[in-house]
Design a protein around this ligand. Structure first.
Ligand SMILES: C[S@@+](CC[C@H](N)C(=O)[O-])C[C@H]1O[C@@H](n2cnc3c(N)ncnc32)[C@H](O)[C@@H]1O
Length: 251
């Protein structure tokens, strides 16, 4: 291990323990940790108050953020641990504090915002995009039901542009949500969005890409779409509903 000009250790060996850990986390989550990729994601997570366990910068690049450990990786090694090409080479391992369903429900209540519930949304790009829209609209908390992609997985975190860290996020089952009254978003047959009191709902549930909602006893809300179009992408539907809630709260 050499030292870089900024006296950060320069790692060139693929067998280095930190490199192995980064590579492992990039493809598989470890409880309590998340892999962050790219300057925007790392900066957003740091701005949200997340503790960075390790910050790894590509040789020749620099990045200002507080981290417990900082290393520089040779360009070849950096390419090896990252999944995407970013203009500024930086990846990090963040500490993730899991919340309980009760904490997520309490956070949503405090913010006077419906709890956002993901019911088997399987594509991490959709989960990340929904987290990003939820944080942007002003939602405080999000719950993922079994069968939903991990919101702290590397792909979801990237798709959320780091905004998942602005939400209280919990795994839960339907039983945990039994006291919440709310709306399920349904591609067809629900109360038209303009007539549904979604801003006062305890929760807004978004369904799976392939099968929709897993419960049939929820009140449902539908965003009217043009004839011939079957449904919206779940992240697009979430954005429309969440920003309608924001609009009504500001009115
Ligand atoms: C691609 S759609 C699922 C379509 C699926 N064929 C079904 O049976 O519902 C995925 C999710 O996006 C949301 N969604 C899609 N279009 C919507 C619309 N027009 N209004 C409200 N929610 C919608 C719903 O939550 C839905 O479960």
């Amino acid at each position: 291990m050499r030292k870089t000009p900024s006296s950060q250790p320069l790692i060139s060996s693929p067998d280095n323990e930190l490199v192995r850990r980064l590579r492992r986390l990039a493809s598989r989550r470890e409880p309590g940790f998340a892999f962050l990729e790219g300057p925007r994601v790392v900066a957003e997570a740091a701005a949200a108050g997340v503790d960075l366990e390790l910050l790894a910068v590509r040789e020749g690049d620099d990045f200002a953020a507080e981290a417990k450990h900082r290393v520089t990786l040779t360009r070849g090694l950096f390419r090896d641990v990252t999944q995407t090409v970013t203009p500024q080479g930086v990846v990090a391992i963040a500490r993730v504090t899991p919340s309980t369903a009760g904490e997520a429900i309490a956070a949503a209540r405090r913010a006077r915002w419906p709890l956002v519930v993901l019911d088997r949304v399987q594509d991490p790009a959709n989960v990340g995009a929904i987290c990003r829209s939820a944080a942007a609209a002003g939602a405080a908390a999000l719950v993922v039901l079994e069968g939903t992609a991990d919101p702290f997985g590397a792909k979801s975190v990237r798709a959320s542009a780091g905004n998942v860290f602005r939400l209280v996020v919990s795994e839960a089952g339907w039983d945990d949500l039994a006291l919440l009254d709310g709306y399920g978003a349904a591609a067809t047959g629900g109360t038209p969005l303009a007539k549904a009191a979604i801003e006062n709902a305890g929760m807004i549930v978004l369904g799976s890409e392939a099968h929709g909602l897993s419960r049939s006893d929820l009140r449902t809300v539908t965003i009217p779409v043009n004839d011939g179009v079957e449904s919206l992408n779940v992240a697009a539907a979430a954005a429309v509903i969440l920003f309608e809630i924001r609009r009504r709260k500001a009115a």
